[in-house]
Ligand binder design. Structure first.
Ligand code: 13P
Length: 273
């Protein structure tokens, strides 16, 4: 399948959830659901699906994903090849386990674990250099949105997070716009218009940094309470190239319904292209 993540890229971020047994059952249900006969997925549907289990289950889940069209990703890494870093996981280990991607700069790591822009930038550069593809998460808090600081914040997170990233690795980078106020929030998710506007800000800033061509090739996912009932409205918006899904990715039927919405949005986009 030709790689074009803008043809919709749906990722399940399981965060710190599941037991080993649950992880295997969930992965199996996703693989079976996405199988060619499973939900009417066609060979030429250019939808990319990935799941990111917790570190301890990467190998188990990786075995289940083998031979399927579901990719394996990691939720984090430590930016060193190896060494005395107790409890950390290196890019080499992730590659060894079959991970294709790593999520970096997630708001939970920024806000709950105190990761700085500089540290995230270091991780982004090391991951790309090691051969992993990167999803860099950016997004404002509610206070920042209320104070009209969304654009400035996105600008800062992109400028710092992507400093000194070599141009020839940009093709392996995507961005997830995850407004902090919308994550795991039953009452608030971004409206399709808010998501589209933020994605336009991100693409504009990316174009300033790396040129228009790179910006047009960049996949930008929306994350923050994506559910089966709002996925279609979000994913059909111009510039919303996929979804980074937390809670709903823990329930196979919900995750598969979001993938289906992405497939349908992708088919519509191709027809009108
Ligand atoms: P929820 O879908 O649970 O809001 O989580 C979004 C997220 O943080 C994905 O990385």
């Amino acid at each position: 399948m030709k790689r074009d993540l803008r043809q919709k890229f749906v990722v399940g971020n399981w965060k710190m959830h599941t037991t080993a047994t649950e992880a295997m059952q969930l992965a199996r249900a996703v693989v079976d659901g996405i199988g060619i006969d499973g939900m009417g997925v066609k060979e030429d549907d250019r939808v990319f699906v990935m799941i990111c289990p917790p570190f301890p289950y990467l190998a188990l889940v990786g075995e289940i994903l083998k031979g399927s069209r579901v990719l394996l990703g990691a939720q984090n890494l430590y930016p060193e090849k190896e060494g005395a870093f107790t409890g950390e996981v290196s890019p080499t280990m992730l590659l060894d386990l079959g991970c294709k991607f790593v999520i970096l700069g997630h708001s939970e790591r920024r806000h709950k674990l105190g990761e700085s822009d500089a540290f995230i930038n270091h991780k982004v550069r090391v991951a790309l250099a090691a051969g992993l593809d990167v999803i860099l998460c950016v997004g404002e808090t509610l206070e920042q949105r209320k104070a009209n600081q969304t654009e400035a914040l996105l600008d800062r997170q992109l400028t710092c997070g992507l400093a000194d990233v070599p141009a020839d690795t940009l093709i392996r980078l995507s961005i997830a716009y995850e407004p902090v106020w919308a994550i795991g929030n039953l009452e608030h998710h971004a409206t399709p218009q808010q998501a589209q506007d933020a994605h336009a800000v991100i693409r504009r800033r990316f174009a300033q940094m790396f040129g228009e061509k790179s910006a047009q090739a960049l996949a930008i996912q929306y994350g923050g309470s994506v559910k089966p009932d709002n996925a279609a409205a979000l994913l059909c918006r111009d510039g919303v190239d996929g979804a980074l899904v937390g809670g709903a990715s823990l329930i196979a039927d919900q995750f598969l319904a979001i993938v289906l919405a992405a497939i349908s949005a992708s088919r519509t986009k191709r027809k009108s292209a």
